[in-house]
Structures are given as structure tokens and as C-alpha cells.
Design a protein around this ligand. Structure first.
Ligand SMILES: Nc1nc2c(ncn2[C@@H]2O[C@H](COP(=O)(O)OP(=O)(O)OP(=O)(O)O)[C@@H](O)[C@H]2O)c(=O)[nH]1
Length: 202
């Protein structure tokens, strides 16, 4: 059984946010806090540590109180962030999570660690979409990831399939996967309900 202290949460904030004009979307204000702060608080008691994957505005990310890892090879997309972090984490598992999902909470991670079994990774299916960037991955997968990226492939789906990841159905948690990609979504979340920190701590 994987325990919370066996896991490092890797919060991906290293993208270009082109649909939002290139801002640091994880740092945008949502109900009085940087958007990413909501998920940092929600996940903190469900993991042994947190690392932020970012490439710009590093002092602002560092001010959130967690180590910041930059992409060693920029331009590889989210898997580049994972590859860079895997060289540094000391836990046996990593939970990769986009920094633009303010309603993420620890129940998602708890479900993944309960269901991953002997597989090398697990990711959620929220009832309508596979959430490949919210994956629980064995930290010893660095070599496989490096080999995968060396083939020129960049898709998280392809990598998870290559390492035999299991899909975990959690339609009841679909609200956790709302993510901010464009100004319209940001505006509607600002008018909507404040994220809450729910879920159980194992
Ligand atoms: N470390 C790292 N994270 C990335 C990279 N590209 C995307 N991400 C993160 O992966 C998650 C999903 O990214 P997307 O929303 O698809 O891309 P984005 O760059 O944030 O936004 P768009 O440019 O509008 O597509 C976000 O949390 C991003 O911050 C990258 O090259 N490195």
C-alpha cells in the first residue's frame, strides 16, 4: 500500500499559457489567492512533499514555499517537467498535477494510490475525459521516460500507455479537474464558488 509520505506532488506550472496571452496562469488571482495555492493547500496533507515545476517568474513560485525545478531541456512539454523533477525527488512515487486545476483535491490522489496496484502508474477518468496529466507515476520511471522522449514523442498518453498505466474511474470527482486555459473559464471561476479543501487524510 502506498502511503502519502511515499509521494511527491509535482505541480506543473512550466507551460506557455498561449491561450491566456502568455501570463503565468498558476499565479493569477482566484478568490484572493494565486490559483495554484488552492491545490497546494488541498494536496499538502496527502503527500510527503511538493515540488513546483516552473520556467519563468521563479521568485514568485519560490515564494509559495516549495522547491522549484526548471525544465532541463525546455520545449518538451509537461513530460519535460516530469523528467527534470524525477532526477531530484527522493520518494518512490510522484503525483503529477497541472498547476491550473484549482479544484483539485486529495481524494483524487487517494483513489489513484489505492488503485495503482502493481502497475507503474495510474491516471483518472473523470466520466468524460482521461486526465493524463494528473498521474501517479513510479519515480524509478526516469529511464523509461528518457527513452520515450528520445524517440521524439511528447504525449503523456503515449508515455502512460508505454509503462502500463491503469485508468481509474472517478466520475464523482469530475469537478476536481476543471482547469483554466482561457479568459472565459477564468472569468466564470472568479464569479463562481471558491475552491474548498476537502477529502480525507490517510
Ligand atoms: N514544466 C513544464 N510544464 C508544462 C510545459 N508545457 C505545459 N506545461 C504544464 O502542463 C499543464 C498543461 O499545459 P497546457 O494547458 O496544455 O499548456 P499551457 O502551455 O499551460 O497553455 P497553452 O499554451 O494555452 O496551451 C500546465 O499546468 C502547464 O503549466 C513545459 O514545457 N514544461
Amino acid at each position: 500500500m502506498i502511503l502519502p509520505h511515499d509521494i511527491t506532488a509535482l505541480i506543473l506550472c512550466g507551460g506557455e499559457a498561449r491561450r491566456l496571452g502568455g501570463v503565468q496562469k498558476a499565479l493569477l488571482d482566484l478568490h484572493g489567492q494565486p490559483l495554484v495555492s488552492w491545490l497546494l493547500v488541498a494536496l499538502a496533507s496527502h503527500v510527503g512533499g511538493i515540488v513546483i515545476s516552473a520556467n519563468d517568474d521563479l521568485q514568485h513560485y519560490a515564494a509559495l514555499g516549495y522547491p522549484v525545478v526548471t525544465d532541463v531541456r525546455p520545449g518538451l512539454g509537461p513530460l519535460g517537467g516530469l523528467q527534470s523533477a524525477l532526477t531530484q525527488v527522493s520518494t518512490p512515487w510522484v503525483f503529477v498535477c497541472p498547476g491550473d486545476m484549482p479544484y483539485m483535491d486529495g481524494r483524487v490522489l487517494d483513489r489513484l494510490r489505492e488503485q495503482v496496484g502493481t502497475s507503474g502508474a495510474a491516471y483518472p477518468f473523470d466520466g468524460s475525459r482521461e486526465q493524463y496529466l494528473c498521474a501517479l507515476v513510479r519515480a524509478d520511471g526516469l529511464e523509461k521516460l528518457t527513452d520515450y522522449l528520445a524517440t521524439g514523442r511528447r504525449s503523456a498518453y503515449g508515455f502512460l500507455e508505454a509503462i502500463g498505466a491503469v485508468q481509474v474511474n472517478m466520475p464523482e470527482l469530475r469537478e476536481c479537474f476543471v482547469n483554466v486555459n482561457d479568459p472565459e473559464t477564468l472569468d466564470s471561476l472568479r464569479l463562481g464558488k471558491k475552491p474548498t479543501v476537502t477529502g480525507t487524510t490517510a
